[in-house]
Design a binder for this molecule. Structure first.
Ligand SMILES: *[C@@H]1O[C@H](CO)[C@@H](O)[C@H](O)[C@H]1NC(C)=O
Ligand SMILES: *[C@@H]1O[C@H](CO)[C@@H](O)[C@H](O)[C@H]1NC(C)=O
Ligand SMILES: *[C@@H]1O[C@H](CO)[C@@H](O)[C@H](O)[C@H]1NC(C)=O
Ligand SMILES: *[C@@H]1O[C@H](CO)[C@@H](O)[C@H](O)[C@H]1NC(C)=O
Ligand SMILES: *[C@@H]1O[C@H](CO)[C@@H](O)[C@H](O)[C@H]1NC(C)=O
Ligand SMILES: *[C@@H]1O[C@H](CO)[C@@H](O)[C@H](O)[C@H]1NC(C)=O
Ligand SMILES: *[C@@H]1O[C@H](CO)[C@@H](O)[C@H](O)[C@H]1NC(C)=O
Ligand SMILES: *[C@@H]1O[C@H](CO)[C@@H](O)[C@H](O)[C@H]1NC(C)=O
Ligand SMILES: *[C@@H]1O[C@H](CO)[C@@H](O)[C@H](O)[C@H]1NC(C)=O
Ligand SMILES: *[C@@H]1O[C@H](CO)[C@@H](O)[C@H](O)[C@H]1NC(C)=O
Ligand SMILES: *[C@@H]1O[C@H](CO)[C@@H](O)[C@H](O)[C@H]1NC(C)=O
Ligand SMILES: *[C@@H]1O[C@H](CO)[C@@H](O)[C@H](O)[C@H]1NC(C)=O
Length: 435
């Protein structure tokens, strides 16, 4: 009875209660309404519908932060489904979840392919769109919001675990675009029809990242697994090949890093975050592409003018996470970059997070709600790229550009008809030790 009262009380006042998250990866997190929300992911080898939030209005110590999460108890009777391998898009006071592995079953499918959690009224709703039937749901794709409130879904895979009536594995090299103004899906590049195919459409990728450029005109696609020309086998996309899609012209460009510059190891399940008001993208973590192991080289800046990769040293390493994959990277107020959950360099799933102050490129021991971090970096040599990045942030802290973080996912307990490479990946997952 007492328990019932507590539940009733917390539901009716739509309050949340404190909770320690279960270690997980492949979920999604977004910073909205001065909170970070994390939904779903795989924990204990099961897809979950867990929904946590973290208050960002107050300073807190990162070391004790594992107990700072609240369980979100939404209003209404909307049934939230378990999911992983989905895309997450922050929308002012809401966030949208699209696609994903769902129940991880070829007999039970997600009922709602696209759902929105609105933090202002603490409720979930399903997006019902025009042209919904032409949409082919997928997972391990990316969804990128542009400046006209359109969401550009690209890449990923659809098969008989993704939706009913899909009996053939499909990798997507075409865009599926959701216009939030009209709630309509469209398929603007016609790439699904072989006859009208543009010649320079890149091969599909999955477990890559997608980041809107500072101008809002282009989307950069980085890393992941790339489908070969035969359309059947997957391999790590080279990191010195970055794809750009120009939203205005509808043209693809494949950029290659200059010769004799650093090429990061291929990776998937990494994160990519635009450094606000700059031409830099910060890439964190990822897994090697032929196993489930966090990459050794896990912090880079990509200059999207020169396409030069620069390894970046984050100061105060003892305060930070090490390499992770299937984590979330969430930028708050253009300064505090949260690296949340994921699988670590020892193969353990995690329920903790760390914070990078990207003005000084340092891990911090305390989250500052006002973003006013002191430079605690011991004097060490720093590259000129890093200094430029710091300067551009310091100047532009107060602007409120949409952060772009993208998360991709990994396979879990289900057996997917993949290539030999992918089977290796699945096999390695089984070796995980779970916390
Ligand atoms: C799906 O969306 C509908 C509303 O469109 C909602 O009633 C339902 O609870 C959601 N979840 C499931 C599993 O159907
Ligand atoms: C978010 O807010 C901006 C600025 O008020 C507005 O232009 C945009 O349409 C909003 N986006 C959504 C998805 O509501
Ligand atoms: C969220 O809900 C609030 C209150 O109902 C509403 O004003 C707001 O427009 C909603 N946000 C979105 C993105 O629909
Ligand atoms: C919350 O806002 C959403 C729009 O984002 C709307 O569809 C939904 O009905 C609202 N829910 C409640 C309980 O007001
Ligand atoms: C799903 O696809 C796999 C591999 O193609 C196949 O073995 C399995 O029988 C299919 N399941 C259903 C329910 O169609
Ligand atoms: C795929 O499944 C649908 C619906 O079950 C069926 O109508 C269609 O013939 C199947 N296609 C192939 C190629 O097996
Ligand atoms: C809806 O889909 C149909 C068939 O793919 C297409 O011809 C039509 O242009 C689409 N409508 C919009 C608004 O994109
Ligand atoms: C897509 O196809 C339609 C009909 O064939 C055509 O009118 C439209 O221009 C095409 N769009 C693009 C972006 O090629
Ligand atoms: C994208 O295409 C438009 C129209 O062709 C062009 O004006 C613009 O410069 C292009 N943007 C980039 C970043 O290349
Ligand atoms: C790259 O480095 C190699 C070995 O140092 C050198 O022979 C080659 O000329 C360099 N290429 C360019 C384009 O600088
Ligand atoms: C932080 O301090 C270190 C050591 O004094 C210095 O090298 C670095 O330039 C400073 N960073 C910024 C962004 O001021
Ligand atoms: C990126 O590279 C371009 C061309 O080399 C350079 O002009 C620009 O300053 C670089 N950006 C940063 C933030 O260092």
């Amino acid at each position: 009875m007492k328990l019932f009262n507590i539940i009733l009380w917390s539901t009716s006042f739509s309050l949340a209660y404190a909770i320690t998250p279960t270690p997980r990866y492949n979920g999604g997190c977004a910073a909205i309404n001065q909170r970070i929300y994390c939904y779903g992911g795989t924990a204990n080898r099961q897809p979950t519908s867990d929904h946590y939030s973290l208050d960002l209005t107050k300073d807190f110590s990162i070391a004790n932060s594992i107990e700072s999460w609240n369980n979100v108890v939404p209003v209404g009777d909307f049934s939230v489904e378990p999911n992983s391998l989905f895309s997450i898009v922050p929308l002012n006071d809401s966030y949208l979840i699209h696609g994903g592995l769902g129940y991880g079953s070829s007999t039970r499918y997600l009922k709602n392919t696209t759902v929105v959690y609105n933090a202002s009224n603490n409720s979930w709703s399903a997006i019902q769109t025009q042209n919904q039937t032409s949409l082919m749901p997928s997972r391990e794709e990316t969804c990128t919001l542009d400046l006209s409130n359109r969401i550009w879904a690209w890449g990923g895979i659809s098969d008989n675990t993704t939706a009913i009536n899909i009996n053939k594995t499909t990798y997507h090299d075409e865009f599926q675009v959701l216009d939030l103004n009209t709630l309509t899906w469209s398929f603007p590049d016609n790439a699904t029809e072989m006859s009208s195919r543009q010649t320079n459409i890149p091969n599909p990728r999955l477990e890559h990242t997608a980041t809107l450029s500072n101008s809002g005109q282009s989307i950069y696609f980085i890393g992941g697994l790339q489908v070969d020309d035969s359309g059947t086998s997957l391999s790590g996309a080279p990191m010195n090949t970055v794809l750009e899609y120009n939203i205005t012209s509808g043209e693809w460009t494949t950029h290659t890093s200059p010769a004799n510059t650093t090429i990061p190891a291929s990776r998937r399940l990494h994160s990519a975050t635009l450094v606000p008001n700059s031409d830099l993208i910060f890439v964190y973590g990822g897994s090697v592409t032929d196993a489930a192991d966090a990459v050794a080289d896990y912090t880079y800046l990509l200059n999207t003018t020169s396409f030069i990769w620069t390894p970046i040293n984050i100061a105060n390493a003892n305060l930070g996470t090490k390499s992770r994959f299937g984590h979330s990277a969430v930028l708050h107020n253009n300064i505090s970059l949260f690296i949340i959950f994921g699988a670590d360099d020892l193969g353990n799933l995690r329920n903790d997070f760390s914070v990078i102050d990207i003005a000084h490129w340092q891990w911090v021991s305390e989250f500052k709600a006002n973003g006013d971090y002191a430079n605690t970096t011991a004097a060490t040599p720093s590259t000129s790229t890093n200094l430029n990045a710091s300067a551009s942030i310091a100047k532009s802290r107060s602007s409120s550009k949409q952060s772009s973080s993208s998360l991709n996912n990994d396979y879990t307990f289900i057996s997917l008809k993949y290539t030999k490479t992918a089977y290796l990946i699945i096999g390695a997952i089984v070796l995980f030790t779970f916390l």
